[in-house]
Design a protein around this ligand. Structure first.
Ligand code: NAD
Ligand code: UD1
Length: 336
């Protein structure tokens, strides 16, 4: 039996395929390569020594999805496919609702038709909005999302709860990621933003490699230990391992479960810059810029529930996250 990984050529999907294969699962990928390259899949093959089966498929294409279920024995799905740029989602809300929510509905329909009722879904800490104080716990209220991207995650979480109410045979695990950074130890796969990065870590690493000249630090007058924003950065391979643990639970039990995947520790922008400088031996040129609209000040997880119920905890520290990001960036200055 195989796991269908939607968006498996992407940043988190490719790392999760490595861990799934390492844990003995057979993997089938469906990706439309709108934000990735088949080269990522080839490199997952190089790391694992397996030839991966993949389909160039848009998950909104019901017929194509039906064919994938017909051609493979798929017992479960890990669903990464979606658009993820916050700013773009404000400019193009319909594209985001269509791709993320529309795509998920078509996928759920195809799963139902094939009798496959086991799903792990990529959600985000963004569903907590800015109304809760960190550490964020899974039972805190959600709903104050500030952009269409965040809203798609929130609505999909609700759709998944409704599906289970309609049919209790569904086993669904919703994973709320904090800030994934880092890359596979091999330096073969990593994050590959198509445009100028919006997120901090890819921006820093592109400054280090000389693609960008200087980082803007958005605000140094917040009420934090050094005045800059605090986030819960998690190594993408730890995150990937969390999916393997979540999948095992999902296959064993019905019901809907929600877990934070974070380290439980907050790191400031300046602390991340310093750690990256140490890991890479490069000086990161930065200047203090105005606060970014819509930014939360502090955001980190309470990660105990995943430890208690999945036996999962993030293992890698911030220095290792920076070293692995740097190996990937240095070996692949222009990405894939
Ligand atoms: P990514 O863009 O690298 O990966 C997403 C993949 O989905 C890409 O390969 C893309 O080509 C594919 N895709 C998009 N729309 C598709 C469609 N309609 N049909 C088929 N394939 C499609 O992003 P990522 O960072 O790996 O994120 C994976 C998931 O995790 C996303 O759902 C994202 O919203 C969520 N997430 C990411 C972060 C983060 O910081 N990276 C944080 C929280 C949640
Ligand atoms: C962003 C998204 C969020 C998504 C998350 C993980 C926004 C508003 N939010 O959040 O929805 O779930 O990524 O992908 O985009 N920073 C700088 N300079 C930069 C970039 C960032 O100083 O060039 C600072 C930010 O102000 C913040 C920290 O770095 O304090 C982290 O920023 P970022 O990597 O964009 O992640 P989030 O803000 O957590």
């Amino acid at each position: 039996m195989s796991v269908l990984v939607t968006g498996g050529a992407g940043y988190i999907g490719s790392h999760t395929c490595v861990e799934l294969i390492g844990a003995g699962y057979d993997v089938v990928i469906a990706d439309n390569f709108s934000n990735s390259s088949p080269e990522a899949i080839r490199r997952v093959g190089e790391i694992t020594g397996k030839n991966l089966k993949y389909y160039d498929c848009d998950i909104r294409d019901a017929e194509h999805l039906g064919k994938i279920f017909a051609e493979n024995k798929i017992s479960s799905v890990i669903h990464f496919a979606g658009l993820k740029a916050v700013g773009e989602s404000v400019q193009k809300p319909l594209e985001y609702y269509d791709n993320n929510i529309g795509g998920t509905i078509v996928l759920l329909e195809a799963m139902k038709n094939a009798g496959c009722k086991k799903l792990v879904f990529s959600s985000s800490a963004t569903v907590y909005g800015d109304g809760n104080a960190s550490p964020l716990k899974e039972d805190m209220p959600t709903g104050e999302t500030t952009n269409p991207y965040g809203s798609t995650k929130l609505y999909i979480e609700r759709i998944l709860q409704d599906i289970h109410v309609s049919d209790s045979e569904w086993g669904i695990t919703i994973l709320r990621y904090f800030n994934p950074i880092g890359a596979h130890k091999s330096g073969l796969i990593g994050e590959n933003p198509r445009d100028i990065p919006n997120n901090l870590m890819p921006y820093i690493s592109q400054v280090a490699v000389g693609r960008l000249c200087r980082l803007n630090v958005f605000g140094d007058d917040y009420d934090t230990r050094d005045g800059t924003g605090v986030r819960d950065y998690i190594h993408v391979s730890d995150l990937a391992d969390g999916h393997v643990k979540a999948l095992k639970k999902t296959l064993a039990e019905n019901g809907v479960r929600i877990y934070n995947l974070g380290t439980g520790k907050g790191v400031s922008v300046l602390e991340l810059i310093r750690a990256f400088e140490k890991a890479s031996g490069k000086k990161i040129d930065y200047k203090i810029a105005p606060r970014r609209d819509g930014d939360v000040v502090v955001c980190y997880a309470d990660a105990d529930k995943a430890m208690l119920e999945l036996g999962w905890r993030a293992k890698r520290d911030i220095l290792e996250m920076c070293e692995d990001t740097w190996r990937w960036q240095k070996n692949n200055p222009e990405g894939f």
